[in-house]
Design a protein. Structure first.
Length: 284
């Protein structure tokens, strides 16, 4: 038996080596832009352009990060992005979980129409919806405010999040709800104490998706902070390194690296739950 296994492994070894080499090359191509950004963040302008596609700086200029953090006011932009992103995640999770629960557990007139409309909204460009959002925010006195920005970023239909919750709740046995009803629980108590705790992996998935989308969003924060630079997010704050005549590429790369760190931390912490949530929602 052992000789058979050994001979099989030897025959497969060339193919395995080829697969590893190909995958390593693809991975290198995939992460090269990130590696180049990290390298550019510690170079000066002359080295950045003379170095070409090389990744190793001739000199390390860590002051680029200090310039981005202090001179370009990125400490404030980081706080704004964190507050806006976390608040948007909370609003999107609450709304999507509630909508997904109702669509999955209740059969009402027009349910399929609601689902069709939700899916149809994914084809509406953001540029078309920003105009009524801005006008409504202006009428409510929320334009150029952090609250208005949070509501604008979390006001989308979030179809993917709703469908993830719908698919997850549809597979939960109804006996759990019936037991809660027997104990005297109403709709809200059943949802909060029974259903929502069970959807932890899906909630983590929705939280990661919403956080990434909100953190990197540029268009909506730009519109809502035109008159209030102190409330800009990191994505909009990148413009501090650009002028009509030149661009501080080293400072811009340092700022981009700073903005990537929180995203990587959140994703690494919730990676396992993210995969479980997607797999659990789409699994038959």
């Amino acid at each position: 038996m052992s000789s058979t296994v050994t001979s099989t492994l030897l025959r497969r070894r060339p193919r395995i080596v080829v697969q590893v080499v190909v995958l390593a090359a693809v991975a290198l191509v995939w992460i090269y832009p990130l590696l180049w950004t990290l390298s550019a963040s510690v170079r000066d302008a002359a080295d950045l352009f003379s170095g070409g596609v090389g990744l190793w700086p001739s000199q390390w200029h860590w002051e680029n990060y200090a310039r981005a953090w202090n001179d370009a006011n990125f400490s404030t932009y980081l706080l704004n992005s964190a507050v806006v992103s976390v608040a948007s995640v909370v609003l999107v999770v609450v709304r999507s979980a509630t909508a997904g629960y109702v669509l999955a557990r209740y059969r009402f007139f027009g349910r399929k129409v609601v689902l069709a409309v939700l899916v149809g909204t994914t084809f509406v460009p953001t540029g078309l919806s920003i105009v009524p959002i801005v006008e409504l925010s202006d009428l409510l006195g929320l334009l150029n405010t952090r609250l208005g920005l949070v509501l604008a970023l979390s006001a989308g239909t979030n179809v993917a999040a709703i469908l993830l919750y719908t698919g997850f709740y549809a597979k939960i046995p109804r006996e759990l709800e019936e037991a809660a009803i027997v104990d005297g629980a109403g709709f809200l108590r059943t949802f909060v104490q029974v259903m929502l705790p069970l959807s932890g992996p899906v909630t983590a998935t929705v939280a990661v998706m919403t956080f990434l989308g909100t953190w990197s969003n540029y268009f909506v924060p730009l519109v809502f902070t035109l008159s209030t630079p102190s409330q800009r997010t990191l994505a909009v704050g990148m413009t501090a390194f650009q002028s009509t005549d030149s661009t501080d590429w080293s400072g811009l790369a340092a700022a981009a690296t700073i903005s990537l760190v929180p995203v990587l931390i959140v994703f690494l912490l919730l990676q396992r739950y993210f995969v479980e949530g997607v797999a659990g929602a789409v699994k038959n």
